[in-house]
Design a protein around this ligand. Sequence first.
Ligand SMILES: Cc1cc2nc3c(=O)[nH]c(=O)nc-3n(C[C@H](O)[C@H](O)[C@H](O)COP(=O)(O)OP(=O)(O)OC[C@H]3O[C@@H](n4cnc5c(N)ncnc54)[C@H](O)[C@@H]3O)c2cc1C
Length: 376
Amino acid sequence: MTGISDTLIIGGGIIGLLTARELVQTGQSVTVLERNNGAGLESSWAGGGILTPLYPWRYPESVTNLSVIGHKNYPKLADDLLQATGIDPEYVRSGHLVLDTEEYDQAKNWSKEFSRKVSQKDKTRFFTQIGSKEIARIEPELSENFLNAFWFPTIGQIRNPCMMKSLIKDLILKGVKIIPHACVDKINTDAGRVVSVETSKGKRSADNYLLAAGAWSASLLNETGVSLDVEPVRGQMILFKTEPGRMRRIIMNNGKYLIPRKDGHILAGSTLEYVGFNKEITDAAYQELWQAAVYMAPFLEHAPVVKQWAGLRPGSKDGIPTIDRHPDFENLVICSGHFRNGVILGLGSAQIAAELVNEPSSNKSKIDPEYPYSIM
Ligand SMILES: Cc1cc2nc3c(=O)[nH]c(=O)nc-3n(C[C@H](O)[C@H](O)[C@H](O)COP(=O)(O)OP(=O)(O)OC[C@H]3O[C@@H](n4cnc5c(N)ncnc54)[C@H](O)[C@@H]3O)c2cc1C
């Protein structure tokens, strides 16, 4: 048997890594076991990095509450990571234009509640409805078809691959061990506790365990007698290359979005496909994303598409993640099921997960019927 550490984290996606950061800051020693040849190469790499749920008013309050924490803390996190590592996660407060405006009352009520919870010092209005002139001023590249929009000027983005590289380097500098090619195949238990995990690199033990294996979490948990409602949901993206600064805002229309990066790349996403653990890209998705992108911003018709990819989101019911202690094994915490929003919800989730790991006696668990991230 090798390696004793306070906490072993299964899965090096954004959820496992942000929780590692919380834990190491409270003095824990942390090891992350990652199946791939590096951390942060699955959904957390593939995602768009929009720092709000899409159409956030459609989500339950438990999701809004986690996104409040993300909204408040991302600018500082990105800055801290840049200072510590020299790698810029490319946080940009791009603002977010939503071109579907049928749900005005819901959006307005949600925004009111959200800004109250954020209680930002910044007095920029969090939400306004705007007309075609203002749309053209805010994002001149948009099609003239759009007569109304919701405008969220304070919503930002990060660039996933940069964020993941920066976070990984920061953790290594803080003493977290990240072990690649360490696929956890089995969780060994005895007398109400997890005692070790079997990995492709041998057996490992710790005081505490955190399961943050994204779309793969449910199968590992199955053999511990718990069924987790998390399944893979494929999302495909295409990437346009344009000149830097040509577009600046995150745009959303009819379920599809455009995310302009600092260097002129523009992501167009994304599909929502229930096809199991299949990360293939398809021509049909390319066409769907390309057409939606060109409908929003006609100049993209002439821009080259330089990449297409797919990622597997950890899909869950209503997008509510499970952040809870295992009902039978007190030193196993589960943090998974962030579906379309793991980047923005990750910070709040990591805080809760770290608290559960650090305070085994905490009653935030399935035994509390009011607890919104319960495993039951
Ligand atoms: C196309 C797309 C667009 C998205 N856009 C956004 C967005 O704009 N904003 C937003 O907030 N969210 C977005 N998301 C969602 C977000 O990316 C996910 O919710 C988030 O990345 C989930 O993080 P995770 O750490 O749970 O999972 P993952 O990133 O998938 O990480 C899980 C890790 O666990 C590892 N693992 C699995 N099994 C094992 C094992 N047995 N042993 C060891 N390691 C294991 C995996 O290799 C992986 O590295 C998007 C996702 C996709 C696919």
